[in-house]
Design a protein around this ligand. Structure first.
Ligand code: FAD
Ligand code: FMN
Length: 565
């Protein structure tokens, strides 16, 4: 430490606190005196010196290019990472090492600089993601101050997502056990295998098979053998809740001709076959239906034939809050629904909800995300109405809430309802994280039992910040601001992440989509890998013989000693 034992002190506060204390109007020395008075106990009479000490909001620097001609950027000039994860110097030194190596390895300067950038970019992107998560954590600290002390400490330690439950358990099992015990998690039970109650439904663990359109219906909206096998397999795979794909409330509300519906008697019978299978063969697994209407994103091809592309022929007319096509010149211009037509759509949702109840579903989710009809009402980018169903957020919420109420009316009182939202449009002028909290609050007030927090897919020119569990902060914010249960979704793929998110109080449930396409038994395998065999993840009796991780074929037996000591 230079200067005979001096330390750097960082004082952080929320902007409103800074303004309320008049710090915005004080110069450097007055601000330092204010800080010295506040931390007098800690300073113990030592002076607080300034050194160009200004109040700043940390800026994460990103550059499209790191070199130009003979000029090359490294370290903080190329990229910054919030100091709360302590990685900036490491990145700068690694940059220097990589640059030196690339200059030696590549004879031509442009090739050397390209190789340097290619080598360093992924590492920097990952560190910046972690740093941004940590920065957001500190900036939103007020959201967590009501958490119990153990959970708060665990949340703090896992804030960047780089340190997880498993990392911490290896380093200090006493700490993770204490956090778990304080959260009521029985000893020896991974947090993901604790039950969670939503109204009259108790889920036996925290894993949800996220809704996934299979584009496998026969053309009239009826789920067939594929759906039975697909959902049945996932129900046997151990998740607490298995969701259907978006099930459409009318033929014109389908995304593609291969989407399923719940608007005809044969649909109800076919879905009953699925729910009967789940309840009989995978007892304890809940099966939920996601109800939706495609709006302006309807009449398109199956995912693998061209997602969001209009059908080659046989397109049907689209409806939406406003006559704005999803992609001008590509997708149809939808018809802006009249008030009378809104009433009809509302009835279609209600009718499908009644059918879903008769079909035996345990939970109903209203799809208000991803730019489909109800999501289209919520976003200011897609709802340009000038009547009572547009304008302010209250206006934009009106129709989705009317639908929610109509569905809730038909849906049995003891069965839970969730709502999936896009918590940001990832586009200028779209839904903001603050809007998302207000939207969640409105649905919760109308009786939503949990919010399923997704993002985006509302407008095509979005700029999502993809990365590991990238949508979780939006769920976290809703949960910890409103105290409403949430389902986090999006790039959550390891059981360690699920345990970490649950124990840190960032989410109540974790929905996994693609991992369940990779492995229908994702939850059972997570249990086996953690050596857990309790009630949170029982293996179906016919599968019990396979309930241990298969041997690898490698033997860990002692190696022959080639020297004697
Ligand atoms: C409060 C705080 C705590 C941190 N804690 C950690 C930590 O624990 N671990 C960690 O790894 N990182 C930490 N960092 C980040 C780390 O300090 C930086 O990432 C690192 O110093 C970047 O190194 P650099 O050489 O790229 O830039 P710098 O260290 O900023 O060096 C740039 C130098 O260039 C000089 N300079 C600027 N303009 C000119 C000019 N025109 N002519 C000549 N010289 C110029 C500057 O004076 C400076 O000396 C922290 C940062 C802060 C602010
Ligand atoms: C094949 C496929 C189909 C999907 N269909 C739906 C759907 O019908 N309804 C919905 O809300 N989300 C749908 N999604 C989004 C997923 O539910 C999930 O939010 C997304 O894939 C991110 O989670 P993951 O990273 O675990 O895959 C679909 C995703 C995939 C991969």
């Amino acid at each position: 430490m230079p200067d005979g034992g001096a330390s750097t002190v960082i004082v952080e506060m929320r902007e409103e606190v800074w303004r309320a204390n008049g710090l915005d109007a004080q110069d450097e020395s007055a601000a330092a005196a204010w800080c010295a008075a506040l931390f007098a106990d800690t300073l113990g009479g030592r002076p607080l010196r300034t050194n160009n000490s200004s109040w700043i909001a940390f800026r994460t620097v990103v550059n499209e290019r790191w070199s130009h001609g003979r000029i090359v950027l490294l370290g903080d000039a190329a990229h910054t990472a919030h100091f709360s994860i302590g990685s900036g110097t490491k990145l700068a030194v690694e940059d220097a090492l990589a640059l030196a190596a690339c200059l030696r390895e590549q004879p031509a300067l442009p090739d050397a600089l390209a190789a340097y950038e290619a080598e360093r970019r992924p590492v920097v992107a990952s560190t910046q993601r972690a740093a941004r998560a940590s920065l957001a954590w500190f900036e939103d600290l007020a959201t967590y101050t009501d958490q119990p002390p153990h959970q708060f400490a665990f949340n703090l330690l896992t804030r960047s997502r780089r340190v997880t439950h498993d990392n911490l358990r290896l380093r200090d099992a006493g700490f993770t056990d204490a956090v778990a015990a304080a959260a009521g998690v029985p000893t020896g039970t991974p947090p993901m295998f604790t039950p969670f109650r939503l109204r009259g439904l108790t889920l036996r663990n925290r894993v949800v098979v996220s809704p996934m359109d299979m584009y496998a219906a026969d053309g009239d909206g009826t789920p067939g053998d594929f759906h039975l096998v697909h959902l049945g397999a996932r129900a046997l795979g151990g998740a607490g809740l298995v969701m259907t794909e978006m099930v459409c409330v009318s033929p014109e509300g389908r995304i593609t001709p291969a989407c399923t519906g719940l608007y005809a008697p044969q649909h109800e019978r076919a879905w009953r076959r699925v729910t009967d299978f789940v309840h009989a063969q995978a007892p304890g697994t809940a099966v939920g239906v996601q109800l939706g209407h495609s709006g302006r994103k309807g009449s398109t091809r199956r995912m693998w034939e061209g997602i969001d592309q209009p059908l080659p022929d046989g397109n049907w007319p689209l409806v939406a809050p406003s006559a704005l096509p999803y992609r001008p010149g590509v997708n149809q211009i939808p018809h802006a629904l009249t008030t009378a037509e809104l009433g009809l759509v509302r009835q279609q949702f209600a009718r499908s909800a009644a059918a879903a109840a008769r079909a035996g579903f345990d939970l109903l989710e209203l799809h208000c995300a991803h730019g489909y009809l109800l999501s289209g009402f919520l976003s200011p980018l897609t709802n340009r109405r000038t009547d009572a169903y547009g304008g302010s957020l209250a206006g934009r919420l009106r129709f989705p809430l009317e639908v929610f109420d109509a569905v809730r009316e038909e849906w049995p009182a003891d069965r839970p309802m969730t709502v999936r939202i896009s918590a940001t449009d990832w586009a200028d002028g779209g839904t903001t994280p603050d809007d998302a909290v207000a939207i969640a609050a409105a649905f919760a007030e109308h009786g939503a039992d949990a919010l399923d927090v997704s993002t985006g897919q509302v407008v095509p020119d979005e700029r999502p910040d993809f990365g590991r569990s990238y949508q979780t902060p939006y769920a976290d914010r809703i949960r910890n601001t409103l105290g409403v249960p949430v389902i986090a979704v999006g790039a959550i793929s390891s059981w360690d992440d699920v345990n970490s998110l649950i124990l840190a109080g960032r989410t109540d449930l974790c929905a996994l989509a693609r991992p369940h396409l990779y492995d229908p038994h994702w939850t059972l395998h997570a249990a086996a890998e953690q050596g857990y065999s309790g009630p949170g993840a029982p293996w179906p009796l016919p599968y019990q013989a396979g309930s241990r991780t298969p041997p690898t074929g490698r033997t860990d037996a002692p190696k022959p000693r080639l020297t004697l000591h």
